[in-house]
Design a protein around this ligand. Structure first.
Ligand SMILES: [Zn+2]
Length: 304
């Protein structure tokens, strides 16, 4: 329910996933005041667009000053037009322009990993920093970059950093990328190799927590792959800290981040080998929605 004494303006944030659309009213502080979740009908473009319109219209009232979308897609820099969306039939759609024309409001759109990075930077583990890398470990690996106090709005395919040249094939066609070595999907694969076809990442995490050495070392190896990517990103971007989130990142963070730090320190060029920090995300499953809301506020404030 909408809290009564909330100061306008509010924005509608939409966290558009492959299987569900999470929407909510978000205030400038990043508080989510009303939240809805619907299944995304990913079978047709019209179906997805209709579901997105319904999600907006269910929340639209006279306090709403802007709309923000976080979407698992590559966006054209500058315009925000969707170039390609994995598993969502939205390639070529200019969702932001469409919503601007439909609702007469400022509209922002960002890649979902970038939106999560914006949320953690403004309202989560990265508060007070100026340079941040966020990695979201879910089925795949995504992320975003804040540089010099601004969200980086270009392509940030952080899941496709090469960790092991010639390694296992990645979803993108490359090999040995951090996505294929340190995602929840990677943990599922390792669990099946160790414990048979019924096992998954959750089982692997449970066994590691119960003290099974082979499960713990499998997760440590996943953490080490993550850390190798972090070390490379630190060498390029010198962030104040690296935030690790996403569903798998949250579930296994305590088992991954120690080995990740060791590995990142091995790869990072001094003095970053000593100073680099890897911290768990704070906003959990809300990061995408909060980020989408903050993207809406950036559109409202004219920040590009
Ligand atoms: Zn890849």
């Amino acid at each position: 329910m909408v809290a009564p004494a909330v100061a306008a303006p509010l924005v509608i944030g939409l966290d558009v996933g492959r299987t569900k659309i999470l929407s909510g009213l978000v205030d400038r502080e990043g508080n989510v005041l009303a939240e809805r979740e619907v299944t995304s009908p990913a079978d047709s473009q019209t179906g997805v667009l209709d579901a997105l319109d319904d999600a907006v219209e269910a929340l639209l009232d006279d306090r709403v000053a802007a709309i923000g979308y976080g979407i698992p897609a590559n966006l054209e820099r500058g315009t925000g037009r969707i170039l390609g969306a994995m598993n969502l039939p939205l390639a070529g759609v200019d969702l932001a322009r469409r919503a601007r024309e439909r609702y007469g409001l400022p509209v922002g759109i960002e890649n979902d990993g970038s939106a999560a990075a914006l949320a953690e930077w403004r309202r989560g583990a990265g508060r007070g920093t100026s340079n941040l890398v966020m990695l979201t470990l879910g089925t795949g690996v995504g992320g975003g970059i804040v540089l010099d106090g601004k969200l980086f709005r270009g392509w940030a395919e952080l899941g496709h950093v090469v960790v092991q040249e010639g390694g296992p094939p990645c979803t993108c066609g490359g090999r040995g990328h951090v996505e294929v070595l340190a995602s929840g999907h990677a943990a599922d694969r390792v669990a099946r190799e160790l414990y048979g076809p019924g096992a998954d990442a959750h089982a692997l995490i449970e066994r590691a927590r119960a003290g099974e050495p082979e499960a713990a070392s499998a997760l440590a190896a996943i953490g080490a792959s993550l850390g190798a990517a972090v070390g490379s990103l630190v060498n390029v971007l010198a962030p104040d800290l690296t935030v690790v989130g996403g569903g798998f990142g949250a579930a296994a963070g305590d088992l991954l981040l120690g080995p990740a730090l060791d590995s990142a320190r091995r790869e990072a060029v001094p003095p970053a080998d000593e100073s680099l920090r890897i911290v768990p995300a704070e906003l959990g499953a809300d990061a995408g929605l909060v980020g989408a809301g903050l993207v809406g506020f950036e559109a409202l404030d004219g920040i590009r």
